[in-house]
Design a protein around this ligand. Sequence first.
Ligand code: AMP
Length: 308
Amino acid sequence: MPKPLVTVRTVAALRRAVAPWKKRGDAIALVPTMGALHDGHLALVARARRLARRTIVSLFVNPKQFGPQEDFIKYPRDEAADRVKLRAAGVDLLFAPAVAEIYPPGFATAVTVSGLSDRLDGEHRPGHFAGVATVVAKLLIEAQADFACFGEKDYQQLQIVKRMVADLDIPTRIVAVPTVRESDGLALSSRNAYLTADERALAPTLHRTLLDTRERIAAGMAIADANARGIADLTMAGFGGVDYLAVCDAETLEPLDRIDRPARILVAARLGRVRLIDNEAFTPTSRGRPAGNDRPRSGTRRRGGSSR
Ligand code: AMP
């Protein structure tokens, strides 16, 4: 019988629940989510449970990280189903506040991580990362988390959160969890539910293009040429628009024109009404050439939700 899942909806109740844990010296790991939970989220929960005695999951569809034309209203929500999954996963506490609890009247503060937030997704989703950084800062402080788990799936978000925590001296260790994928390579995402059957069949091309682009660069093709070829491949496959396909410094996300340090290849493209993002690592080998000839399936989805 899994232990009961306690749900709190106010910051005051969260603090009351956390106080005795803190007093006892129990470490706390937080997993921030927007709900509609899948095995990717559950991989974060499994990692959190290994890190700390107490696991908190937050479920908050954060209006500040959606643009006016984006899907805040339509974003998938199913708290009852999420609760069943979290209870089975052994989570101690669910924090599921209303919007007015997080942003009460008069709320006027924003956290902005400059530079990192302006590139890639930041160019295409103005204000998105300020919304993310603001809510994550609040959640880390509210939960007094010793650890917080974030998915590599949202790689730019992960780097922004790491930068913010370092800059603001927030005493939480940010732990990255590898992307969980379907067996055909598609990264799990709550928004995959919006894909039609035809779009779902095309969607794995996004990850395949990342791997192909990485292989071409590893084989000696110039990054700019490989990117252009990858964008052409996506367009030919039926993607409506490619926001970016870029090779960047793995930490600062500045664009690179050669792989002379740990790098990341990132992509965002539209399939029908759905915008999909994905990324892969690019590690320089000792010979100065990137390691890109493998097709790792290490993050492939497994029953039980563990990512590695
Ligand atoms: P979201 O509910 O989409 O805001 O995601 C909550 C957390 O789950 C974020 O840290 C995401 O990066 C992470 N996440 C989402 N999808 C995946 C995935 N396929 N694999 C690993 N982590 C994921």
